[in-house]
Design a binder for this molecule. Structure first.
Ligand code: ADP
Ligand code: ADP
Ligand code: ZN
Length: 220
């Protein structure tokens, strides 16, 4: 299988569908999803030192410091399951993070296979984000309009009837998060373009269509 062992970065605005696609690829191809947002939310929930540092920044929709993020991802990439490839979802988000990633991968004799930009216009983002929720038990992602469970109120994956919404998924925070994306993360697009790694797909399409584009972009 052409996806096996790949090291991929998914880039795109908040609510653009990165997590949805990364989870699908993880289930289908066994490439682990490394979501820095999920890692930080777990740290906040557990009340660790990292969680305490990140909580307020995340709720405000701003970016957590590069030092903290680089430390988190460095420890995670060194774990054995990442040897079979990984999909970075939400990292890097700044040029210093991308430079740190290049260095850590080079030190481990690893390289990147592809950087995929999931492009979604800003106008679509408010609805994507304010409609987002997930299963409290297994974390499966849903949307009020675009991705409803097959049976209303019951998780498709685990049968749980408990769901949660993220504290930062509000119309007020969207603007700050989009601004952070355009100002701090978008400069990574030319960074990876110059290295011949960037491919752009249409993230405004339906979920299964985006998956097809993504698999083609990585395999092709
Ligand atoms: P989304 O996919 O909706 O943009 P994430 O789950 O990726 O959200 O991230 C949630 C929050 O966690 C971000 O708004 C930011 O505060 C923090 N965060 C996650 N990844 C990073 C990163 N690489 N650098 C800085 N902050 C991050
Ligand atoms: P990100 O990880 O980039 O922040 P998510 O994958 O969490 O984004 O997607 C945000 C919300 O939009 C979720 O509720 C998800 O169900 C929904 N969604 C994801 N991809 C699509 C799509 N292609 N079309 C419509 N809704 C989508
Ligand atoms: Zn579930």
């Amino acid at each position: 299988m052409k996806m096996e062992g790949k090291r991929i970065i998914l880039m795109g605005p908040p609510g653009g569908g990165k997590g949805t696609q990364a989870r699908l690829l993880q289930d289908e191809f066994g490439i682990v999803q490394l979501s820095t947002g999920d890692m930080l939310r777990a740290a906040v929930k557990a009340g660790t030192e990292i969680g305490l540092k990140a909580k307020a920044v995340m709720e405000a929709g701003q970016l957590v410091s590069d030092d903290l993020m680089v430390g988190v991802i460095k420890a995670r990439i060194a774990e054995p399951d990442c040897a079979n490839g990984f999909i970075l979802d939400g990292f890097p988000r700044t040029i210093p993070q991308a430079e740190a990633l290049d260095t850590m991968l080079a030190d481990m004799n690893m390289g990147l296979d592809a950087v995929i930009e999931v492009r979604v216009p800003d106008e679509m983002i408010v609805e994507r984000i304010t409609g987002r929720y997930s299963c409290a038990k297994c974390g499966a992602g849903y949307h009020d309009k675009f991705q409803k469970p097959k049976v209303e109120g019951v998780c498709d994956v685990c049968g749980s009837t408990e769901f949660i919404r993220r504290k930062d998924d509000t119309a007020e925070t969207v603007e700050t998060r989009l601004e952070a994306y355009h100002r701090q993360t978008a400069p990574l697009l030319p960074y990876y373009e110059e290295r011949g790694l960037l491919k752009t797909i249409d993230g405004a399409a339906p979920i299964d269509d985006v998956t097809r584009q993504l698999v083609d972009a990585v395999a092709g």
